[in-house]
Design a protein around this ligand. Structure first.
Ligand code: DC
Length: 216
């Protein structure tokens, strides 16, 4: 009998290494990888595309309900390839704004839960172990020092950074503050999550460490 497919929740602040680790882990296990941050970014992009005010919660929630997401190596929303367009400082801010709206979160959480029907899942975000899948089989909270996170973000080829590393660090700290203090589903570690400080660790080392927690 093949092992039961698991749900692996990976949360943590920006630049903690969630994306690379989650993608590598999913490939190793043959699981589906879902980057929920890309969903918030895609909704923010679509709002801009349609000229919808980001502070209009109801209108943005309608977009979140209706958007067709493709979350592969290329990110598409309703057929538009937004892979590059959503990784800019402007979209960092826009995604943070839409992620504050409870109705937008409800819509995306419902859609995130639906991925579990596909079998094994590695889902990364801010509220996966706390809200989306509180019963996830494995919960990991990835963290790293502020310096290291800023360095990684500044050197991330997928991301258009805002110049000097100091500016990246300041922008990152501000977004973490907003993500951690917002009223609805703030970034927080689940009580039963395993915290891994990835400072100075390679992707492979982190993946191996998470695999020790995976017992199908
Ligand atoms: O991980 P990221 O930087 O691509 O996330 C974009 C924004 O969406 C960021 O402000 C955090 C927010 N987010 C969230 O609130 N909940 C999630 N599950 C994923 C991302």
């Amino acid at each position: 009998m093949s092992p039961r497919p698991l749900i692996i929740a990976i949360d943590g602040p920006s630049g903690a290494g969630k994306g690379t680790v989650a993608r590598t882990l999913a490939a190793r296990l043959g699981y589906t990888h879902v980057d929920t941050g890309a969903m918030y970014r895609a909704v923010a992009w679509m709002a801009g595309h349609k000229g919808v005010d980001l502070s209009d919660e109801d209108a943005v929630a309608v977009i979140a309900d209706a958007a067709a997401f493709e979350l592969g190596p290329e990110i598409r929303v309703d057929g538009h390839d937004i892979t590059k367009a959503i990784r800019t400082p402007e979209m960092d801010a826009a995604a943070g704004m839409v992620a504050r709206h409870p109705k937008v979160r409800q819509s995306l959480v419902r859609r995130q839960r639906a991925y579990a029907a596909q079998g094994g899942l590695v889902m990364e975000g801010r509220d996966i172990g706390t809200v989306v899948f509180p019963d996830a089989d494995v919960k990991v909270f990835l963290d790293a020092s502020a310096d290291e996170r800023a360095r990684r973000r500044a050197h991330d080829p997928a991301h258009t950074a805002s110049g000097q590393i100091e500016q990246v660090a300041t922008a990152l700290a501000e977004r973490d503050r907003q993500d951690s203090t917002r009223k609805t589903s703030p970034l927080a570690m689940a009580g039963d999550a395993v915290r891994i400080d990835t400072t100075g660790m390679s992707v492979d080392q982190v993946v191996e460490r998470v695999l020790t927690l995976v017992k199908p």
